[in-house]
Design a protein. Sequence first.
Length: 219
Amino acid sequence: CGRKADEGEQERPNSAGSDDRKDSCSLRRQGARAQAGAGEYAAALLAYSAVLRECGRRHADASSEVLSWPADDIFAFAISSFHVEGPDAAIGLLRAICVADTRFCIEAARLCRSAGRFAEARDILTGALSRSAADFRVWLSLGLLFSSTSSYSLALRTFIAAHRLDTKDFKSLVNAAQTESNLGLKEKATQRLKHIHRQHPANVEVLLLLVEQFMNLDA
């Protein structure tokens, strides 16, 4: 009986030490996430790399450890990698978990768009649509991709489709109005922005876009 008591006493400090280490790793990731949010990407990447070295022992490789992190940390790590090391590692990481969470597909496509890799972005988003056709965020992201390649007619139809899937979100309509303006449909764009402004009078972005559109009409 005495020996069992001794073994129990030895187990408790080990458990406490494991919890302390877990809390420390979580706090260090939080610090790295804050650095990434402040645009300090090199410092954030160094901090995340240190976390991987010192906290990643429960997984056989670094990628498995990263995939076990909360989504916000994965995003921050990917963005930091993108700005410091280039697009390949960041996009590869996000694509690896894209099937599990549509948000990662959208972010991977955004990074592809930023890097000028439009065909890859389209592949990612069409794959996401095959799994989540009713997710307006994917349609919105696809519309932004079409806008980036000056495919304005496709972009307009895609933004309208996104809005129909979620009528509470007006970003799709704002993008639709901007696309109509790019297509030369200035009066239609103005009317759309006026409609959005009536529904969201406190939104400064919409107000500024409406003022800009009025100036375009007078030009």
